[in-house]
Design a protein around this ligand. Sequence first.
Ligand code: SAH
Ligand code: F3S
Length: 450
Amino acid sequence: MYIESYGCQMNFSDSEIVTSILSKEGFDATKDITQADLVFVNTCSIREKAELTVRKRLEFYNSIKRNKNPKMLVGVLGCMAERLKEKFLEEEKLVDIVVGPDSYRDLPNLITEVEDGRKAVNVFLSLEETYADISPIRLRGNGVSAFVSITRGCDNMCSFCVVPFTRGRERSRDPESIIEECRELFKNGYKEVTLLGQNVDSYLWYGGGAKKDFKKASKDARENSVRFADLLEKVAKINPLLRVRFSTSNPQDMSIDVIDMISKYNNICKYIHLPVQSGSDKILKLMKRGYNRSEYIKLIDDIKKRIPDCAISMDMISGFCSESENDHLETLSLMDYVKYDFGYMFKYSERPNTSAARMKDDVSDTTKQRRLSEIIAKQQSHSFLHMNDKIGQTLEVLIEGVSKKSDQHFFGRTTYNSTVVFEKKEKKIGDYVMVKIENCTSATLQGKII
Ligand code: SAH
Ligand code: F3S
């Protein structure tokens, strides 16, 4: 089998689960698509552009199937499979299998169905599936850092977002299975885990079941429940040499306990990805984000009070329905207040069936693009400020690989998630080193091991 992944970290993590499920059936992963009997693409629906990228890849698979490998089966996994369901089979004639994010355990049966000459679809969304017992087969092999999913789905229903439709209701994974997976990773030489969920701060384990049923659980179950801060502590305690990261924090759910836990443990990285989407109260309300500008600022202040050097990043959307020039200026002024370390910035893209799709997508593409460019320019200047600030400091870096630009150099990351490039010396991938920062661009730091 050959598997390709698009979109968020969760998709990359899911592909590792799929690989594990199929390896039990005797499928080996290959990196050469022309050798594969089975080709999977794990898809993303978050913006129209993401879907177009996948459509292009399907054309490419089609050409391979026609010219080199006529027996090859093609499966579409993930969010686009869930969103389009059977329609995929009608639209993309070469697709044989369509499988949503909660149905990967059914893959062996679906493959058999296709081998029997039928098309196979399973897009059932579950209230319980977390793949807790499946040990992912790591595909992104640096052997140093791994993704570990802790929740699936999302209950927030932000008006612009397709995720609640494609990934279903939010549910949390058994903490024991999470700890076990992280322990195993550390035993195998991994030095960093990133705990993944759409909204990690709403992690809640009370012995099984969907989050929405928590209120109905027994008193005992509720009292012994595990929340995200507790989970972070359990993972941090595995070993001080295992770095812990997490993503994504939703501002509406992030609690002081989590911030305190970051400052309590040296191995929990001082970096919080805190998507804001807009700086305007009017737009935040239309987006149904569940916080307003002043609540968001209060959270930022709380973080900076407790962890003054904490790095913070955001996601931002330009040109959401009815966004005025004034709303856009509020976004820019919020950025000036927070001075984010990093940012992931997008033009609003209407997604079918979301509640925003019923609003007017009335900001022209030119305006969306111009506002986006202004946001990106501002972010670059802020990123540069933060990078510049680090010059002269000596920072701990976990070595993750050989620099793309020079085989005499390694790259790694600081606790703040900034990338550092430095000469190799006698060190190896997976080592922690102290690096004195001497120079920077807006994206990387350069330094020397001391
Ligand atoms: N769970 C995360 C978001 C996951 S989606 C949160 O709490 O915010 C990743 C990012 O994609 C979002 O933060 C948003 O900035 C962007 N995004 C989602 N839907 C979008 C849309 N319809 N158009 C443009 N960007 C979108
Ligand atoms: Fe999407 Fe909002 Fe959830 S952006 S993933 S609905 S927190």
